[in-house]
Design a protein around this ligand. Structure first.
Ligand code: PEP
Ligand code: CO
Length: 460
């Protein structure tokens, strides 16, 4: 699409610096008592090595540019909120394993490469609807993620502690180190993952349903092997490229880890490959958009039912004035009952304006409900319905729905209802471990990937 088709006049871009966001209105920041301590920790971050490199960031943007045209598919997923307590080899391995299993299914369905982006190695802070929480007559600051305070309902635990930013940095570094090692060490080799998916099909209650898909994937692998090519000798098949992402919410952390690329002079955030802006902080004139407009990382922006056409265009102008494909991803999170009402006109608008964006679907955040027993939960069927409607809308509009965004874990938790395991209201209390929103467990995640793969395949 030609640049000339894009009218760039809705965003007044004044001078940008890694600190220019501080002059703008800002939402969802903790109230630190220890302001000096916060400033000291933020200064300390500026001296630490970044967790990602500009080369990797550019490579991700290149890969995402193919998702704009439907020639690649974005799979983004991980915890709602990472935690300090659940940091372990077992949890990282099982997360990575299920993400790679989903990749194979989606690759088959989409008929294109799958870009793997974890909600991990930095996803530790949460926007909250209420600044405080009340229990038995006591009122305390809300839990805002391990990056800010602790979950226990005690005054001391809920105090915002700047030292937690350092803890997040070091845990994220260790997480990236381990995931990079897994990706490189053959753990994600195609033939191994194909075998895991066969096990899933054999063990899962509805596994037979997917047997045909897995068989066809295996036939393709057999064919490649028959040509004399060695699967484990092909870098693309033996190794997985894996990228990190999180919501850029605490801007003191993000700007503390912002660096200038010595070769190009461009600024990049060194905390993750991709950053996104939440539905509560995406105002075009406010701090989060101001900060992210100046860095070169691929940026995501959540799009909920309150998004206006005007703001959508202003966000494109602010975040992607040069209309670079792969720079901007809009993550629709409407809810299964609203997506048909609110999404089509936005999709149509960007198509008419010639804006290069990736459209991805987060079927989690618009479908959160409270179970009678008081658990925050989500129904597998609602999640699936929103994804199905999202792809149907893009098909009808002649645009590309090229991604999904899930809250998921490799653990066998009981946080979302339904799926082939038929998790019921009564099961929720068994293994409900999330630090914020309910996640799909390993089996639900893979089942969803298979169902989406079937739909994508049919649409081709
Ligand atoms: C999230 O992704 O965890 C989140 C809070 O999403 P949203 O901004 O879409 O509500
Ligand atoms: Co969430």
């Amino acid at each position: 699409m030609s640049k000339a088709a894009v009218k760039q006049k809705t965003h007044d871009s004044g001078a940008w610096s890694p600190e220019s966001w501080r002059a703008k209105p800002i939402r969802q920041q903790p109230d630190y008592e220890d302001k000096e301590g916060l400033a000291r920790v933020e200064r300390g971050l500026t001296a630490l090595p970044p967790l990602v490199t500009p080369e990797e960031i550019r490579r991700l943007r290149g890969e995402l540019s193919h998702a704009v045209t439907g020639e690649a598919f974005l799979l983004q997923g991980g915890d709602c909120a990472e935690s300090f307590a659940e940091f372990s080899e077992a949890n990282l391995s099982s997360f990575f394993r299920v993400l790679i299993q989903m990749t194979i299914a989606l690759m088959y369905g989409a008929g294109s490469p799958v870009i793997k982006v974890g909600r991990i190695a930095g996803q530790f802070s949460k926007p909250r609807s209420d600044a405080t929480e009340k229990k038995n007559g006591e009122e305390l600051p809300s839990y805002r993620g391990d990056m800010v305070n602790a979950m226990e309902f005690e005054a001391d635990a809920r105090r915002a502690d700047p030292e937690r930013l350092n803890h997040v940095y070091y845990q994220s570094a260790a997480t990236m180190n381990f995931l990079r090692a897994l990706a490189r060490s053959g753990y994600a080799a195609l033939d191994k993952v194909a075998k895991w998916n066969m096990d899933f099909v054999a063990d899962s209650p509805q596994g037979k349903h997917f047997a045909g898909v897995v068989e066809r994937i295996n036939d393709c692998l057999d064919f490649i092997t028959a040509t004399g090519l060695k699967l484990d000798a092909m870098e693309e098949l033996a190794e997985a490229r894996f990228y990190s992402s999180h919501e850029a919410l605490l801007l003191g952390y993000e700007s503390g880890l912002t660096r200038q690329d010595k070769e190009t002079g461009e600024y990049y955030v060194g905390s993750a490959h991709m950053l996104w802006i939440g539905d509560r902080t995406r105002h075009p004139d406010e701090a989060h958009v101001e900060f992210l407009r100046g860095v070169v990382n691929p940026v995501g922006c959540k799009v909920g039912p309150s998004m206006t056409s005007e703001d959508l265009i202003r966000l494109c102008d602010a975040l992607n004035p040069e209309n670079l494909p792969g720079r901007l991803t809009f993550i629709s999170r409407m809810g299964y009952q609203k997506v048909e009402e609110f999404l089509p006109k936005l999709v149509r608008l960007l198509k008419a304006e010639g804006r290069n964006v990736v459209w991805s679907c987060d079927p989690m955040h618009g479908n959160t409900i409270k179970s009678p027993s008081g658990y925050k939960t989500r129904k597998f069927t609602d999640i699936l319905t929103e994804v199905r409607k999202f792809f149907a809308i893009h098909q009808a509009e002649g645009t590309h729905g090229s991604g999904v965004h899930f809250e998921m874990t490799g653990q066998d938790v009981t946080e979302c209802l339904g799926g082939a395991q038929a998790i019921s209201e009564l099961d929720l209390s068994n293994r409900y471990h999330t630090h914020c929103d309910p996640r799909l467990n390993a089996s639900q995640s893979l089942e969803l990937a298979f169902l989406i793969a079937e739909q994508l395949k049919k649409a081709k």
